[in-house]
Design a protein around this ligand. Structure first.
Ligand SMILES: *Cc1c(COP(=O)(O)O)cnc(C)c1O
Length: 353
């Protein structure tokens, strides 16, 4: 079976040797040595100013919205994973969708201003498949209207834009370390923010504690545990290998698909990408479904991602988003993981013809 992704697992003895340190201290969570070491190593690896490791990639979004004190309307993208929209609603705010760019697949920054009302407090956009939003244009709009900017950067481990780590843009960026993501801790995630927000974000992820016996404000529990951090510490040394092999898989797909009427992802200029996904856009949904059935018959399981367009969620009533809805129906992510051979890729692509 070939799935859309396959979790990279480090040699088990390496994971266990790291986990042994948690056994030695008898300390399983509450920011033990492993979480602190992982944060330090990631800060270095990613070249970011700060990081808070968390237990998944959704809580950082909710914490960002809560800790920035956002209310009212948040401008967002319909082309993302459901967590982007559901976090806005979960925090009592209203998502206001702005359609996407048909090739970059990120929020169409030229349509943002028209969606701003006196109730707008922030922009929450997704760097889709590791492809950055137009972060500069978005910042100009945010500054003009006094809005906060949060990026759902769940797909962006290791991505740089114009030489800068993508996590450094905006007021807050979040990442997911879920087992299906490029770098993982089983379940896990992280929040990156401007230095002035670090204390409030940190406090919110740990019940609002200020020391053991005092509280500085409202909080929730989003702490990463030691076994999660151990997985991260075991995976991190393999990042160069993971990226190098994924780069080769992407190159093989590019070559094999070149003659087919499928559109690959268009990366924004200035992007140092991480080969996180291989989406292809079909000419129409019928062709996508035909290819999907044929692939499934051969035990190959690509994924319709992102589908459906988030403005059509059953708990929402919003305007139509013509581009996001059309793309959602026509986009599929092909299997992409370390170890996928050139022959397997040829086999996958042959099912399209
Ligand atoms: C995976 C993902 C999330 C959620 O991350 P979890 O770690 O699964 O909670 C949020 N947004 C996007 C775009 C994602 O792909």
């Amino acid at each position: 079976m070939i799935n859309v992704t396959k979790t990279f697992l480090p040699p088990q003895e390496e994971y266990q040797a790291i986990l042994q340190r948690a056994w030695d201290t008898g300390w399983m969570t509450n920011r033990g040595v492993l979480v602190q070491e992982l944060e330090a190593k990631l800060k270095d690896y990613l070249e970011v100013g700060n990081i808070i490791a968390m237990t998944n990639g959704t809580l950082p979004l909710q914490i960002a919205i809560k800790a920035l004190g956002l209310t009212g309307e948040i401008i967002t993208t319909p082309f993302s994973y459901v967590a982007t929209t559901s976090s806005i609603i979960w925090e009592g705010c209203t998502p206001i969708f702005v359609d996407i760019h048909p090739e970059y697949l990120t929020i169409d920054e030229t349509q943002i201003e028209a969606a701003i009302t006196p109730k707008t407090t922030a922009i929450l956009a997704t760097h889709v498949f590791g492809n950055p939003c137009d972060v500069e244009a978005i910042q100009v709009i945010a500054d003009k209207y006094g809005l906060k900017v949060i990026y759902d950067a769940a797909h962006c481990f290791g991505v740089k834009y114009k030489g800068q780590p993508i996590f450094n843009y905006g007021d807050v960026s979040t990442c997911s370390f879920h087992a299906t993501k490029l770098f993982h801790t089983g379940e896990g995630g992280a929040l990156f923010c401007k230095p002035e927000y670090y204390d409030v974000m940190f406090s919110h992820h740990n019940f609002g504690h200020e020391g053991q016996e005092a509280f500085k404000g409202l909080g929730i529990n989003a702490k990463m545990s030691e076994p999660q951090a151990a997985m991260g510490l075991a995976v991190l040394p393999y990042m160069e290998t993971i990226l190098e092999q994924r780069k080769q898989v992407v190159a093989s797909y590019n070559e094999a698909l070149a003659s087919l009427p499928l559109k690959p992802l268009k990366l924004r200029e200035g992007t140092q990408w991480n080969y996180s996904y291989y989406p292809v856009i079909f000419e129409n949904e019928t062709q996508l479904l035909k290819a999907k059935i044929k692939l499934n018959e051969n035990n190959i399981f690509p994924r319709r991602y992102f589908y459906p367009s988030l403005n059509t969620l059953p708990y929402l009533k919003t305007d139509a988003m013509p581009i996001a809805e059309a793309i959602s129906k026509r986009v599929m992510c092909l299997p992409l993981y370390l170890g996928l051979s050139k022959n397997q890729i040829k086999g996958i692509v042959s099912k399209f013809i």
